[in-house]
Write a protein that binds this ligand. Structure first.
Ligand code: FES
Length: 317
């Protein structure tokens, strides 16, 4: 008999080597979720092995398939498939309706829960506080509209995804599983953004405000992707995000982490070092940019645009 310690229930139960963890839990009246009845279809019986992973049986073929689909880390196991041959401590993971919703989202959306290597681009815009929001809210809306329009277009062109925005801050991801040369893509996109920002700032100065300051940083790192709602794009979280946000401290400047620089070493034009960790300002790239992903929409003439706007105002289309 082995001892199975169960969290958060704070119970320890005796378990024999021929029964699954699910059988042991249920026989001791611990109401562990098991929506598919132990068929390795639903994953609602998942548990986190806190201690004693070496005493757990190897995953069955069915468990392997489901764990691969959901990108389970090795310490997350299906209770309906796992037996133990020594003392083990687990934490039950699906405890209420909200947990079930998350499982549902993962199964239907095919979203894994493992850490993933992503290239992160952080763009933080400062200086909006000089705008006269009370008397001229249109100025703020118009300038920010121009900025986000350019941001979206440039990021799409290089195959990135705007994963989250908060106020004037944006976090963009480039996924190596979807595109090649992802650090190049992020750096080229950031340099294009700096150029676009110069155009936006010309307009800002015409309106008699102080120029806005865009701080940019690129870092390839591990992140866990979490979708806040079933329809929203996954949002990266974790150390990689903290690192990239910490690098973007200088106005009108792109800073790239050492991990990023190592991937573009022979084609990057470097500026000054930033801090002591080896991050450096990047002022340009040599050679051809990566292949564009989204075709830039054909530019309509001003006359064509005006005529299209008039149609919308007059006929609502
Ligand atoms: S009960 Fe459904 S996978 Fe274990």
């Amino acid at each position: 008999m082995s001892q199975l310690s169960v969290q958060p229930d704070q119970q320890t139960i005796a378990t024999n080597a021929s029964e699954t963890l699910l059988d042991a839990l249920l026989s001791h009246e611990i109401p562990h979720t098991h929506a598919c009845g132990g068929q390795a279809y639903c994953s609602t019986c998942r548990v986190l092995i806190l201690d004693g992973i070496k005493h757990c049986s190897s995953p069955t073929r069915a468990e392997k398939a489901l764990a691969q689909k959901l990108q389970f880390p090795i310490h997350v196991r299906l209770a309906c498939q796992t037996k133990i041959s020594g003392d083990v401590t687990i934490r039950r993971l699906v405890m209420d309706n909200q947990d079930l919703d998350l499982v549902d989202q993962q199964l239907t959306g095919g979203q894994g829960i493992a850490e993933q290597e992503l290239v992160l681009l952080y763009a933080g815009l400062k200086g909006m506080e000089t705008f006269d929001q009370v008397n001229f809210p249109y100025d703020m809306a118009h300038i920010m509209g121009r900025y986000f329009q350019q941001l979206y277009q440039i990021i799409s062109t290089y195959g990135g995804q705007i994963s989250s925005t908060m106020g004037t801050h944006a976090l963009v991801t480039f996924d190596p599983a979807r595109h090649d040369r992802t650090v190049d893509r992020a750096v080229w996109a950031a340099l294009d953004l700096l150029q676009a920002m110069a155009g936006v700032n010309q307009m800002v100065e015409q309106l008699h405000y102080q120029p806005l300051q865009l701080g940019l940083a690129v870092h390839p790192g591990l992140a866990v992707q979490v979708a806040p709602t079933p329809k929203s794009p996954p949002m990266p979280l974790g150390d990689g995000v903290t690192t990239v946000m910490g690098l973007a401290t200088l106005p009108q400047t792109l800073v790239v982490s050492p991990a990023g620089l190592s991937q573009i070493a022979n084609r990057v034009v470097l500026g000054a070092k930033v801090g002591e960790a080896g991050a450096q300002i990047v002022t340009g790239m040599r050679g051809a940019p990566p292949e564009q992903v989204a075709a830039t929409p054909p530019e309509l003439s001003l006359g064509q645009r005006l005529s299209s706007l008039i149609q919308k105002f007059r006929f609502g289309r």
